[in-house]
Design a protein around this ligand. Structure first.
Ligand SMILES: [Zn+2]
Length: 127
């Protein structure tokens, strides 16, 4: 998966280095000009991704889940990813993954908005 050059949200400097995987967030580099962390800058937006309503199996849905988080990390400045998980086995599997990712600090937090949707915080708000 490719990610493009991205601009520092604070100072506008363009960085050609692609963003790493969300699991590698501890390797995050800093802006050469203003010293802000480059990958975790948030524009406050929320991306919504439905991973459960095209007759996915649990393993297909989990692939979509990881892909949704990784794309949102690499290709946007989204603060949150809202996952539409349905109410069944997929939801349970996703909550298990999120519990694990939260324990590894790969994601910052997650919240069950209702039985069918989980909000995952991947970035902090801009200070
Ligand atoms: Zn900067």
């Amino acid at each position: 998966m490719k990610s493009k050059a991205r601009e520092c949200l604070y100072c506008g400097l363009l960085h050609a280095q692609p963003t790493g995987a969300i699991a590698d967030r501890h390797l995050e580099p800093f802006c050469a000009k203003c010293d802000s962390p480059l990958w975790s800058q948030s524009d406050g937006s929320t991306r919504t991704v439905d991973i459960a309503h095209q007759r996915e199996t649990v393993s297909q849905a989990l692939m979509k889940f990881h892909d949704a988080l990784d794309r949102s990390w690499r290709q946007s400045h989204a603060e949150n990813v809202r996952l539409i998980v349905g109410g069944g086995l997929i939801r349970d599997a996703v909550l298990g993954e999120l519990h694990f990712m939260h324990s590894k600090a790969t994601i910052l937090d997650y919240l069950e908005e209702n039985r069918g949707a989980v909000l995952v915080r991947i970035r902090k708000p801009l200070l």
